[in-house]
Each structure stands twice: as structure tokens, then as C-alpha cells.
Design a protein around this ligand. Structure first.
Ligand code: GUN
Length: 297
């Protein structure tokens, strides 16, 4: 008799977990209000009119409203000079009413992203992009954590997925996701971690070793069924807008994982949308609350 393969898997519901986190944050906001303390205030800087960025920012504003945070939207034309943008950031840095702020990426090509992100006061950097916060991942006292990898760690924690001693393979070495997540999985997760990237030879040979496979590349369908080990946990961070007349809004969000082929082999898998995406926003809210508590105890 051939060996039976278990094709049942658990769908990791990031939308539900983020709703739970938002409920927890709302309670803390009410508590602060009742104690006469300051309500957290998030400011969002959006440069240009990129459709995807606008959608992400709309979701962030909606989330602020849901948990009772104050928020400010600051929009600038994509022709804004770098120095002018730096001046605006400086103003927000000094604004005592703003506890946390983000500059939505990507920025227009004439702007140096690292110069902008480094200008943000690290104790208001609720995206966790600054070198100071990034470095604190490996300190005894982590500060404001990069939002997306923090969201991935929170999903693993809330689904009781063991990371200690596990073989974690991350595909994608980005500054926003892959690199900080590798540090979190080693430091907080006590995992063995491999990072693969576009120069990796024989990607499948690495991904097949993974007990936990995280993919954050932005290439729809990159990970096929035969690249994943039976029983692996698969976290799909990819969200690429694929346009087509068959989609309701003219586009659909696609992950990096070929879901139909891969899911039956896994023990846990995140969908796209509704997996990691909502967790980035939940992390942003957690960081904004933390920044507010630190700045206005
Ligand atoms: N662009 C894509 N993801 C993010 C994010 O998490 N934060 C910001 N600021 N920009 C992004």
C-alpha cells in the first residue's frame, strides 16, 4: 500500500488575527482616554499618486479610525524636491501631537529613500525602518519593530507554530522584510535560518529543506508544489497587483506561492489576500500605541 499523504492544512487567517489585535488596541485606547491620557496619533506621508500606495494608505487610515486613533494624512506631488520633503519630516518630528509617522514607499526615483527614512525620529518610526530600530532587533530591548516581519512573527506566535530549532528558509533578502525577519527568527524564534535571493543557485533545493518557508519577493507563482516539503508551514508575503479585465477592480492581488498546488502539501499556509497583508497594518497600530505610551506615559 502506498503511503497516505495528509492533504488537510490550516489556513492562517491574518484578517481574523488582525481584527483580534485591533480589538485589543481599541480597549487600550479607551483605557487611556478614561485615564485622561493622550490618544495615539499617526501621521501618514504619501508622495505622488501610485494606485497601490493609495490603497494601502486608505487601509491604514481605516484601521486608525477603527481603533480610535487620531490620524493626519499629508499628501505631496511626486515632483516634490527631496529637501522640501525633509523639511516636512522635520516638522512632523517636532510635532508633539504626533506619536508615530510613516512615509509610504515607494518614493519617486529622484528621492533617496534611505535619506528620507533615516530622517524620521526613531522613537516615532512606527514602520521600524530606521537603522536604529532595525539594529534593535538583535538587542535585549527591541524598540519599534519593522511592521511586516513583526506581523509574520505574530502570526506564528498566535498559531502556536514552533520555531525553535526549525529550519526556516526565507526567499527574498529585502531591507523591509527578508533581512529583518531573518534576525527576528534567529533572535526571538531560535530558528536556523537561510536567506535565498535572486543570486541563489537552485532555489528549489533550499526551499525543499524548509520546515517554515517564507516568501517575500513579489513574483506571482514563484513557488510551485514541487518546491515545498510535505507538512511545511508556508508564509506568503508577496502581494503583486496583476491587472486584467476579468477582475472586479481591474486587478487582483497575487502572492508568490502557487496556492492551489502548494496548500495541500502544507500544515499551515497564509492566503493572499487576507494573510500577511492585514498583519502589517496591525503591527503599525501596535507600534503607534507603543510609541505613544513611550512618549506620553
Ligand atoms: N510600502 C509597502 N509596504 C510598506 C510599509 O509597510 N510601509 C511603508 N511606509 N511603505 C510601504
Amino acid at each position: 500500500m502506498s503511503a497516505m499523504i495528509d492533504t488537510s492544512f490550516t489556513l492562517i487567517d491574518g484578517k481574523k488575527i488582525s481584527t483580534d489585535i485591533k480589538a485589543e488596541i481599541s480597549l487600550k485606547v479607551v483605557e487611556r482616554k478614561n485615564q485622561g491620557k493622550k490618544i495615539p496619533h499617526l501621521a501618514i506621508i504619501l508622495v505622488g499618486d501610485d494606485g497601490a500606495s493609495q490603497t494601502y494608505v486608505d487601509h491604514k487610515v481605516k484601521a486608525c479610525k477603527e481603533v480610535g486613533f487620531h490620524y493626519t494624512m499629508m499628501r505631496f506631488a511626486d515632483t516634490i524636491a527631496e529637501d522640501k520633503l525633509m523639511k516636512h519630516i522635520d516638522q512632523v518630528n517636532k510635532d508633539q501631537d504626533v506619536d508615530g509617522f510613516i512615509v509610504q514607499l515607494p518614493l519617486p526615483a529622484h528621492i533617496t529613500v534611505e535619506r528620507i527614512t533615516e530622517k524620521i525620529r526613531s522613537d516615532k518610526d512606527v514602520d521600524g525602518f530606521t537603522n536604529h530600530n532595525f539594529g534593535s532587533i538583535i538587542s535585549k530591548n527591541p524598540l519599534l519593530m519593522p511592521a511586516t516581519p513583526f506581523g509574520v512573527m505574530e502570526l506564528l506566535r498566535r498559531y502556536n507554530i514552533e520555531t525553535e530549532g526549525k529550519n526556516c528558509v526565507i526567499v527574498g533578502a529585502s531591507r523591509l522584510v527578508g533581512a529583518p525577519l531573518s534576525m527576528m527568527l534567529v533572535e526571538q524564534g531560535r530558528a536556523t535560518v537561510t536567506i535565498c535571493h535572486k543570486y541563489t543557485e537552485d532555489l528549489a533545493a533550499w526551499t525543499r529543506q524548509a520546515d517554515i518557508l517564507v516568501v517575500a519577493v513579489g513574483k506571482p507563482g514563484l513557488i510551485k508544489g514541487d518546491m515545498v516539503k510535505e507538512g511545511a508551514v508556508v508564509i506568503d508575503v508577496g502581494t503583486t497587483r496583476v491587472e486584467g479585465p476579468q477582475y472586479k477592480n481591474g486587478y487582483s492581488l497575487k502572492g508568490d506561492v502557487e496556492f492551489k498546488e502548494v496548500a495541500p502539501k502544507t500544515s499551515f499556509i497564509t492566503p493572499v489576500p487576507g494573510g500577511v497583508g492585514p498583519m502589517t497594518i496591525a503591527s503599525l497600530l501596535m507600534n503607534t500605541l507603543k510609541a505613544c505610551e513611550n512618549l506620553n506615559p
